[in-house]
Ligand binder design. Structure first.
Ligand SMILES: Cc1ncc(COP(=O)(O)O)c(C=O)c1O
Length: 410
């Protein structure tokens, strides 16, 4: 039986319609730019969902791939390889963590964090297994990480749910304290909720979470899949508050476009034994060699400063547009920013911008999200803002004309 997806005419029926993809096929990219099969250029402020921290097809990624592919692609997860060791050493040296485990996706890294917390609970907390997570949070699309997520619309999907996740309202420290019980093993959250529409966690809330976790002997897990790797202007977002978690997960930017993610832990919570965790492709040298090249690029003098400067430029441009058209809040950190669009439907703005040759994302009905390459240039930001300004003006005029027409018909 064929079931049609609501309001979506899939232009390529052999490709499963798991997303409403526009009828555009991308064939090449460089930096902040993509080209489709008709050679139309697009300025990309989505960048593979905050993945391509160095833009499209960066030379250093292409070179790392070519060099490593010619040398060693996959000795297997049961053996060490040089890039895996070097990348683990490098992240440990530039963070508060001692051990790394590399995975293929952010969800898989979060699965690892959940497993580690449960094992730690079994060993040291009389079998405690519950993890407190936040409403509107997003941790991935495996069965466990969907249950950890607080995305609306997912409550009924893929029943029965995996037990062990308690959801509380974001920014509400009393709710977290009230939810901590005998079975609680960890508190898990994003430092900026990305998929919910870019909602940063206040620093005093993070400090209070750390205090609560210490008082009750539970683990603190930061999901930095979206916020890590320079996205917020520091290598990791936890650096802004200085609040150190026990466990951090990474993904997206870590591979600069290739599938690489990771689980970073402090040695005090290290409790996996051989056989507890793994996967065929985990830590393979082809991906970790790229991760190494990416981390080196992010740590180059001036790179993270550029992210902060460009973040301020984008944020102030969005604030001007919001003020001019009476839209809504502009929020976020570094180059992970959002603007509420007030009465303007965000999806219509995305469509206008696509036609004008710009990619932006609408995580909510009335919210736009901007996640350009971290090496985006000032004139690329200005160009995107000018086209967004024009799209807002156009849409306002169209909606006003429709209102007048509707009123005259009624
Ligand atoms: C905060 C966060 N965690 C986890 C994930 C899942 O990562 P992946 O899609 O690589 O499995 C995402 C993806 O958007 C994310 O934003």
């Amino acid at each position: 039986m064929e079931v049609a997806m609501k309001n979506y005419d899939n232009p390529h029926p052999s490709v499963m319609p798991v997303a409403r993809r526009p009828d555009v096929c991308f064939v090449r990219g460089k930096g902040s730019w993509l080209w489709d099969s008709h050679d139309k250029p697009y300025l990309d402020f989505v960048q593979g969902w905050a993945v391509n921290c160095l833009g499209h097809a960066p030379d250093i990624v292409a070179e790392a791939l070519a060099r490593q592919a010619a040398q060693l692609i996959h000795p297997g997860p049961g053996y060490f390889n040089a890039p895996m060791i070097e990348l683990a050493d490098m992240i440990a040296a530039h963070s508060c963590f001692d051990q790394l485990f590399f995975t293929n996706s952010g969800a898989e890294a979060n699965e690892g964090a959940i497993k580690l917390a449960r094992k730690w609970g079994a060993m040291y907390k009389l079998g405690a297994f519950e993890i407190i997570t936040l409403q509107h949070g997003f941790h991935g699309r495996t069965l466990a990480t969907m249950c950890a997520s607080g995305k609306s619309g997912w409550e009924e999907l893929y029943a029965p749910k995996m037990p062990g996740f308690i959801k509380v309202a974001r920014h509400d420290i009393d709710a977290v304290e009230a939810a901590i019980g005998r079975n609680t093993v960890a508190i898990m959250l994003e430092l900026v909720q990305g998929e919910s529409g870019v909602h940063p966690m206040p620093e005093d809330y993070l400090r209070a979470l750390r205090r609560l976790a210490d008082e009750h002997g539970v683990l603190l897990i930061f999901d930095e899949v979206q916020t890590g790797m320079g996205r917020t202007g520091t290598l990791f977002a936890y650096e802004h508050s200085g609040v150190e978690p026990d466990i951090m997960t990474l993904g997206k930017g870590l591979g600069g476009g290739v599938p690489l993610a990771g689980l970073a832990i402090k040695k005090e919570v290290s409790c996996f034994e051989p056989g507890d965790q793994g996967g065929t492709f985990n830590g393979n040298p082809l991906m970790t060699a790229v991760g190494l090249a990416v981390v080196n690029a992010l740590l180059a003098p001036g790179f993270l400063h550029h992210v902060r400067v460009m973040g301020r430029r984008l944020s102030s441009g969005l604030t001007q547009i919001s003020g001019k058209y009476g839209l809504g809040e502009v929020r976020g950190e570094g180059l992970l920013l959002a603007m509420d669009t007030g009465s303007l439907p965000a999806a219509a703005l995305v469509e206008h911008m696509l036609a004008a040759g710009v990619l932006i994302n609408a995580p909510r009905e009335h919210t736009l999200r901007f996640m350009p390459a971290l090496n985006v240039a000032a004139d690329e930001i200005d160009r995107m803002l000018a086209l967004l300004n024009a799209a807002c003006a156009d849409l306002k005029t169209t909606l006003a004309a429709e209102e007048v027409r509707d009123a005259s018909l009624s």
